[in-house]
Design a protein around this ligand. Structure first.
Ligand SMILES: Nc1ncnc2c1ncn2[C@@H]1O[C@H](COP(=O)(O)OP(=O)(O)O)[C@@H](O)[C@H]1O
Ligand SMILES: [Mg+2]
Length: 338
């Protein structure tokens, strides 16, 4: 059963300047994103910094209002809700429990004035999971143990903990209400390398033990590959490729995905007889994105159409979609031959 779906989702942030703060342009963080996630699925979202990954996550959990397009939420009873414009009262409580998000920086996400117990108890109280205070406290201790922390840490404050421990606390808080979907936005990139794999293992354990759906966001394709059933590759606010993780690994179709892959030593494209594509320079600004294919200025395979016509997504094999003129051309040729 589906949990969330977007259609033509767009998010543009206005840029204001001058004394009267007039709008002088827009940061085009998301352009026409079609996305869906079902119960139990893990979707990885990958792409360089600034390509719109966090904006997509925050728009999905309704931190940001979309500029255009739609977001549909399928509640646990199967009812369908259009949540594009705000959350109506009747869906707010259930949506807020059902869809949780953890963020990159565990230093910002915990209220420094609250004890760990109160931080974790807050959503449990809001959603009235237990009748007695004792039952809630017991559950908080159980959650702390589950995320690998001493249950007596509940009495302490966030500043007493390291980044890795804080991320564990944020995870305990987010899974306390048993969400159907947990969105993890670069959950380890602000942490020391030595604790990154511990947090990844904890998330994997949670994934195994609960039938939760995950959206796993990272700029690291290797990490995303190891966490996800399906991968979406983003570039300048667009999904340029979407496929099962194994298909991304075995036969990446978009030159951008091939470039991300070539940068991972253990994926060695030459050894695997795949294209070895270099990625040079930085992505262009999302304020003035290029015409045509957003990747064309950096693409070594570009031809005339790439700078004028934006490629539509085409199916390169079942479940494997890629927005690149090379594949559209190939399909045209095949049709002519057949
Ligand atoms: N609240 C905001 N206001 C204005 N611009 C934003 C805001 N959030 C993100 N952006 C811009 O939108 C683009 C996408 O950002 P983001 O979604 O954070 O990318 P990523 O998570 O992939 O690094 C960037 O150019 C960023 O500067
Ligand atoms: Mg981000």
């Amino acid at each position: 059963m589906k949990i969330l779906q977007t259609q033509n989702l767009k998010k543009h942030f206005p840029i204001r300047s001058g004394v009267f703060l007039q709008i002088t342009g827009y940061v085009k963080a998301l352009e026409k994103v079609d996305f869906e996630i079902s119960e139990g699925e893990t979707i990885g979202i990958v792409g360089e910094s600034g390509c719109g990954k966090s904006t997509l996550g925050k728009t999905l959990v309704k931190i940001y209002e979309p500029t255009a397009g739609s977001i549909t939420y399928f509640d646990p009873t199967g009812k369908v809700h259009d949540i594009t414009k705000g959350l109506r009262k009747d869906v707010r409580s259930i949506f807020r429990k059902d869809v949780q998000m953890i963020f990159q920086n565990p230093y910002d996400s915990l209220d420094p004035r609250m004890t760990i117990r109160d931080i974790i108890r807050e959503p449990i109280e809001t959603h009235r999971l237990f009748n007695t205070s004792q039952a809630m406290d017991d559950y908080v201790r159980e959650l702390l143990t589950k995320v690998g922390l001493d249950p007596d840490y509940g009495k302490r404050y966030p500043h007493e903990f390291s980044g890795g421990q804080r991320q564990r606390i944020a995870i305990a808080r987010s899974i306390s209400v048993k969400p159907r979907l947990l969105i993890c936005d670069e959950p380890t990139s602000a942490l020391d390398v030595s604790v990154q794999s511990q947090i990844i293992n904890l998330l994997k354990q949670i994934q195994r033990e609960n039938q939760m759906a995950f959206i796993f966001i990272s700029h690291n394709l290797d990490l995303v590959y190891h966490m996800s059933d399906r991968i979406l590759v983003m570039y300048l606010g667009n999904i340029v490729e979407s496929a099962p993780s194994t298909a991304i690994f075995d036969s990446p179709a978009h030159p951008y995905t091939q470039a991300l892959m070539s940068a991972i030593p253990s994926w060695n494209p030459t050894e695997r007889k795949l294209k070895d594509v270099k990625l040079e320079g930085e992505p262009p600004s999302p304020i003035n994105p290029p015409h045509g294919c957003p990747f064309h200025p950096r693409c070594q395979y570009r031809f005339d159409a790439c700078s004028t016509v934006k490629p539509d997504p085409v199916m390169v094999s079942p479940g494997h979609i890629c927005a690149c003129h090379l594949h559209a051309e190939k399909q045209k040729d095949e049709k002519i031959v057949s």
